[in-house]
Ligand binder design. Sequence first.
Ligand SMILES: *Cc1c(COP(=O)(O)O)cnc(C)c1O
Length: 490
Amino acid sequence: MSKLFRHLPAVDQCLGALAADSSRQAGSPRPVTEGLPRPLVKDLVNGFLDLVREEIRAGAFAEEAELTLAALYPRMLAFVRRGARPRFRRVLNATGVVVHTNMGRSLLAPEAVAAVSEAAAHYSNLEFDLATGERGSRYTHVEALLCRLTGAEAALVVNNNAAAVLIVLDTLCKGREVIVSRGQLVEIGGSFRIPEVMAKSGAVLREVGATNRTHLRDYEAAIGSETAALMKVHTSNFRQVGFVKEVPLGELKALAATFGLPVIEDLGSGSLLRLDVDGLPGEPTAAESVAAGADVVTFSGDKVLGGPQAGIIVGRREIIECIKKNPLNRALRIDKMTLAALEATLRLYLDPELAKGRVPTLAMMTRPLSSLRAQAARLAGVLKKRLPACLDGRLGVSVRQGASRVGGGAFPEADLPTALVALTPLAGAGKNSGLSVDALRQALLSTDPPLVARVEDGALCLDPRTLDASEHALVLGALNQALGQALGDD
Ligand SMILES: *Cc1c(COP(=O)(O)O)cnc(C)c1O
């Protein structure tokens, strides 16, 4: 066995072979190592050789000929190709959850993608006033648009909505009390909790009411010399039903006004459009919140709005001016690419129909069932015709009814009707015994690109709502790779 180790190719030999890669894959005419830092490739080669050494120790090789560079090369190439992929990369989202926080929330509209690319590649007037040739402010570029779309007097954008809530509380309420209903002390996931953000900002949470019911008199009784603001928080990812009561924003505003206190509203997802006609009722818009009298409103840029990650703050001018001057603003400020994407996205909203067509999040949320059915049928057709496991009867493909979700803590109880492509391993002889739905789902996580799907009623379900038709070839490729792995027949 020790003799076998000596026959392993040297690292330099391997590197040379990879650089001269002759087995270039179709569609990829360049050697696998081109453009990759040499230390990275070297680490991968060493990693591969370590793996082979382990296999030798485990008795996996009988003779020297199996250890020549030529014999090992195809596996080494695949190993390097897999390992050289960036950690952070594209995935296919077949879950039907449109604003999937774990998969990057919103996809940008083409206009926003172009704006990001322009801002990234070139100098810009980020903080340069082209009218005077002097220093300008990055905070002014989207302010007018936000005011127009929400009816607010002033606006500011920070890194995300958690930052927006933090800086609003820090500016207006530090060391003093903020009154919030017990029914609105939400946890958003990813550890954003209203009581904890409040604590971080130095504001003191004053809870009022009961979990299910809070009355105006509860707020009124809590107002005192220490009160800095009344706050309303959108419950986002849950709904209370039954014996419940919340105080409408307008009533809260009237109460606050008699005490000269501001009302803060954290809208969470914060839509800019009413989507009731598209079957998504009930989410308040930022404009409605401003109109009902909120003095400051915060919401996310990348949830239902469908823009880049950002925290949007709109409200009364004097309050926004104070927030702009808070030193925290410098720490929480948005970058130029976000700004570019946000401006391009917000411009589309000037024409709501244009926004619904161009902003992917809106388009996916409002897609008619007929269009989803047609796409599901097309995808199912492609898979039936082109997947070997379908052709030889080991995998069943059908279209069934299902439900998609908006995600991102918006419309939590809205089940959006959809058509799912359901993949079911068929009970049969031989090789098929190894294929389980869960193994297939798992194998799809390491394909190129990975495909994320859910298992429902014993089938792996692909929801076309979050897949673009142009991604069908990639879905087919991923399934081919995963089935090859799971069935051992590549
Ligand atoms: C999502 C959400 C947040 C956090 O927003 P991010 O943009 O993820 O930072 C805060 N408050 C509410 C009510 C939310 O729904």
